[in-house]
Design a protein around this ligand. Structure first.
Ligand code: SAM
Length: 250
């Protein structure tokens, strides 16, 4: 999701089914690889939840979990609040408009910290160190991060990301960052390329239907460029889920 702090931008994205690449089957695939290691009533947080695609998927898959959802957009939080009420999940999903760099979550309280497609906003390394104290000693964090997947990068793709996200790392670099921040790496999983279409297709349709006009031509051009860059990428980047847990101190 490109970031522009204008209410029209948040209203546009709030009307979309999701605010970043992803799909529930991928979220659940990653969750199920650790779900049996979680306690019966896990305390979960979804940081940078958007309108809550992942929050709702996690709450459905973990029916005895309490889930704290955090996003700084009031439009996104309100849409998730409406959906939570509609699904009668108000007692299990707690939504806060807050900065995920300083989330209203008690230290050592989380069994599972989840963040999909959002961490780039505060930086992967920064988030790793800010979020570690929130986890219980036996807790897990699952963080998806845009990652270089190969060295075969078309020039336009390298140039785009050098400007948009210069600290984007390879999987090896990100594993090293997580290790240096005091985590043990449990698993990594690359988001299926098709899950990017779940994000881009509704945007393309909104543009075609004239429902993005309020964003202005320059911003629409940026959205189209981002999709074109992905299409031209030859698989050189993608989202990787990093499943990690705090390493026991020696
Ligand atoms: C690309 S979207 C991903 C949303 C959601 N996780 C998903 O997969 O659909 C990134 C989200 O992070 C939120 N965000 C960005 N910076 C934030 C911050 N500092 N604190 C809280 N939320 C933030 C944005 O409002 C947006 O909802």
């Amino acid at each position: 999701m490109s970031e522009v702090f204008d209410p029209a931008f948040f209203d546009f994205y709030a009307a979309l089914p999701q605010q970043g690449p992803g799909r529930d089957s991928e979220t659940l695939h990653v969750l199920h690889r650790i779900a049996d290691r979680l306690p019966a009533q896990p305390r979960v947080a979804d940081l940078g939840c958007g309108t809550g695609r992942t929050t709702l998927a996690l709450a459905a898959a973990l029916p005895d979990a309490a889930v704290t959802a955090i996003d700084f957009s009031d439009a996104f939080c309100q849409r998730l609040r409406d959906e939570t009420t509609h699904r009668n999940l108000g007692s299990r999903i707690h939504i806060h408009e807050a900065d995920m760099a300083a989330p209203p979550i008690a230290p050592s309280s989380l069994d599972l910290l989840w963040s999909e497609g959002a961490v780039y906003n505060i930086g992967f390394e920064n988030a790793l160190s800010l979020w570690r104290p929130l986890l219980k000693p036996a807790g897990y964090a699952v963080i998806s991060e845009c990652t270089w997947l190969s060295d075969d990068r078309p020039h336009a793709v390298s140039e785009f990301w050098a400007a948009a996200y210069p600290s984007m790392g390879t999987r090896t670099e990100n594993v090293s960052r997580a290790t240096a921040a005091g985590y043990e790496i449990i698993d990594t999983h690359t988001l299926a390329a098709e899950a990017w279409a779940d994000y881009y297709d509704p945007i393309t349709k909104a543009i075609e239907d004239g429902n993005a006009a309020q964003l202005g031509p320059a911003f629409i051009a940026e959205l189209e460029q981002e999709r074109a860059i992905f299409a031209a990428s030859r698989g050189s980047y993608g989202y990787v889920f990093y499943t990690v847990k705090p390493r026991r101190r020696a």
